[in-house]
Design a binder for this molecule. Structure first.
Ligand SMILES: C[S@@+](CC[C@H](N)C(=O)[O-])C[C@H]1O[C@@H](n2cnc3c(N)ncnc32)[C@H](O)[C@@H]1O
Length: 272
């Protein structure tokens, strides 16, 4: 398959990363394919601002399954992709962030391979990278972190038994990015405490990173359960590299308490 295709090819399925939500964070390739594909199958987390970039003549369908609202099964999504490609349409399967990170890409690619459908994967900016940019903090600031660990709070393997988000010792020089952390952080906090993570370990919850609705709540592991993370989607970042965010958010809060001012929208804030 041509690697530089700017037009979506007929009979091909493109697994595309939409990034964290800002349409300007789409790759050039993603934007071109979205503008020319016949069929777009997108997750719930992909915001309207990104959907607006799609070919106006495309058949655009949300195939999200958020919060137990089962509208379509995973097998149903496979069938839609395969059927559309077999009808010689160009198909975009649009996922938030990067399609290969906590996005069921493994199952979808397996279904496409099994049906003999040609496909291509277009990477996107994963939530942790969008969040780091929006926060102005390096996830691997070498003074504090030399390891970056992605984990999910949501496990597909077993529904009966709750699996710990984290087991074993967490290196002091790691940044932990927790995707799908849920709303109750008590078991995550307990897992980390049990494994010797310090009570003063900085934790940052970032809601709707890289969108105009972005919210940031910075705290420590000790107070993690008291935090209001804001509306979904939320990403938790835990580690010493987040100390800077914690200090800055506290300074902003103190300033606002002293003299309330209107802050510019998150995406327009220039960082110093
Ligand atoms: C099903 S996973 C998909 C991850 C996605 N493939 C990625 O690379 O970012 C959904 C989780 O990603 C995180 N997420 C996605 N977009 C986000 C955003 N704009 N702000 C904060 N977290 C986000 C949240 O933890 C959310 O529960």
């Amino acid at each position: 398959m041509k690697r530089t295709a700017s037009q979506a090819e007929k009979g091909v399925v493109y697994l595309i990363g939409a990034g964290p939500g800002d349409p300007e964070l789409l790759t050039v390739k993603a934007a071109r394919l979205l503008a020319t594909a016949d069929v777009i199958l997108h997750d719930d987390l992909v915001p309207e601002a990104v959907i607006a970039q799609c070919n106006p003549h495309a058949l655009v369908t949300s195939v999200g399954k958020r919060c137990g609202r089962k509208r379509i099964t995973q097998e149903g999504i496979h069938e839609l992709m395969v059927d559309s490609a077999q009808r010689n349409l160009s198909v975009v399967r649009l996922k938030s962030g990067d399609p290969m990170v906590f996005g069921r890409a493994g199952e979808e690619l397996q279904a496409l391979r099994a049906a003999g459908i040609r496909f291509a994967v277009v990477p996107g900016i994963t939530a942790a990278f969008g969040a780091a940019a929006a926060l102005g903090v390096s996830l691997t600031d070498r003074r504090a972190a030399s390891k970056l660990i992605f984990v999910t709070g949501h496990h597909a393997v077993t529904k009966e038994q709750e699996l710990p988000v984290w087991t074993g010792a967490l290196p002091e020089d790691a940044t932990l990015a927790v995707y799908m952390p849920g709303r109750d952080y008590s078991s995550l906090r307990a897992d980390l405490v049990r494994n010797g993570v310090a009570a003063d370990m900085p934790c940052v919850a970032i809601s709707r990173a890289a969108t105009p609705e972005q919210q940031v709540a910075a705290t420590t592991l000790q107070h993690l359960c008291e935090v209001d993370p804001g509306p979904a989607p939320v990403l938790l970042l835990i580690g010493r590299a987040m100390e800077h965010v914690q200090a800055r958010e506290q300074a902003v809060l103190q300033m606002l308490e002293a003299e309330p001012v209107a802050l510019p929208a998150a995406e327009n804030r220039v960082q110093e």
